[in-house]
Design a protein around this ligand. Structure first.
Ligand SMILES: CC(=O)N[C@@H]([C@@H](O)[C@H](O)[C@H](O)CO)[C@@H](O)CC(=O)C(=O)O
Length: 308
């Protein structure tokens, strides 16, 4: 995947396709890549993260998925970021070495969330031990405090981080604390780091603060629309950008009220793309037929500014 251009724009947090009996389904990844590129205009992916149920997969499955995405994405995708975080440092290191061996364009690590780091130094200690196993691969910290319970501010973490992690490249910032994000971007004067926002329904606010792009689940099926929002923002046509954000928000607030998570994302992606994404893995359970019918009707009822 070399040479590497700077990561910016949209990154789809991929779901992990599964067969009806719950095995990973590598056979549809080829189709999935083509769909993202040609139908959604999205050429960056984030594999084995939250949406990909990374922490519910075995190490072997995570390696197989990473390999398949790399193989099918060759010459089609710009960036394949592999999430290698795990509760066990040794497993995380093993995944980091594997990602390096298959030439992934980046690795990301979530904070361990059973025994949690209590402060910046403990978190950095863990991240450093993983990053150093892949010494030529750009490293991203994956900040998602609502799921990990690790609330160490990113602004604090960034201080001197390159001295400990020379490959540190940026943050996947999946939090609503825009003050923390703003302080990070304000400190990033030389623009050596990238900040990718991860709360899709608030992306426009993060763009105004100066984020470089976004990683999220909705870019699997609303990537084309969100790209139009990014273009409107860059133009600048704020009214048009707001229109896109409001419409995405209308869909998301509707499904969030029904109960929305990874299982529902898999269902939405299945009916929008036509690619069978299969069920989630326990403890997640499949979206109900009622959810699917309502979500589909809602999405179809939205009239987008581009006339779709
Ligand atoms: C908690 C969660 O799943 N957040 C999603 C969002 O894309 C989220 O689905 C979206 O904003 C809708 O709420 C991403 O931040 C997760 C993500 O990028 C990942 O799968 O690693």
């Amino acid at each position: 995947m070399t040479p590497r251009k700077k990561l910016e724009g949209l990154v789809a947090a991929t779901v992990t396709p599964m067969t009806p009996d719950g095995q990973i389904n590598l056979s549809v990844i080829h189709q999935y890549v083509d769909y993202l590129v040609s139908e959604q205009n999205v050429k960056n992916i984030f594999v084995n993260g939250t949406t990909g149920e990374g922490l519910s997969l075995s190490i072997q499955e995570r390696k197989q998925l990473a390999e398949e995405w790399m193989c099918q994405g060759k010459d089609k995708l710009d960036h394949v970021i592999i999430h290698v975080g795990a509760l066990s440092l040794l497993e995380s290191q093993e995944l980091a070495r594997h990602a390096a061996a298959i030439d992934a364009s980046g690795i990301a690590v979530i904070a361990p969330s059973f025994f949690k780091p209590r402060n910046k130094d403990e978190l950095l200690g863990f991240l450093q031990k993983v990053a150093s196993e892949a010494p030529t691969v750009p490293f991203y910290y994956y900040h998602i405090p609502a799921l990990t319970g690790v609330k160490i501010r990113v602004e604090e973490l960034l201080d001197g981080i390159r001295e400990q992690i020379p490959t540190f490249q940026g943050v996947k910032f999946s939090d609503t604390d825009l003050l923390d994000l703003a302080q990070c971007i304000n400190k990033n004067e030389r623009e050596q780091f990238v900040f990718l926002y991860g709360v899709d329904e608030q992306l426009l606010s993060a763009l105004a603060i100066g984020t470089n792009g976004a990683v999220g689940s909705t870019y699997n099926y609303l990537g084309r629309k969100t790209n139009l929002m990014l273009q409107a923002f860059a133009k600048p046509d704020l009214a048009l950008a707001q229109k896109y954000q409001f419409l995405m928000g209308e869909f998301l607030s509707f499904v969030i009220k029904l109960g929305f998570g990874v299982a529902q994302t898999k269902a939405v992606m299945t009916f929008v793309s036509g690619i069978p994404m299969g069920p989630p893995r326990l403890p997640l359970v499949s979206a109900s037929e009622e959810f699917i019918a309502k979500a589909k009707a809602k999405l179809e009822s939205i009239v987008w500014p581009d006339g779709d």
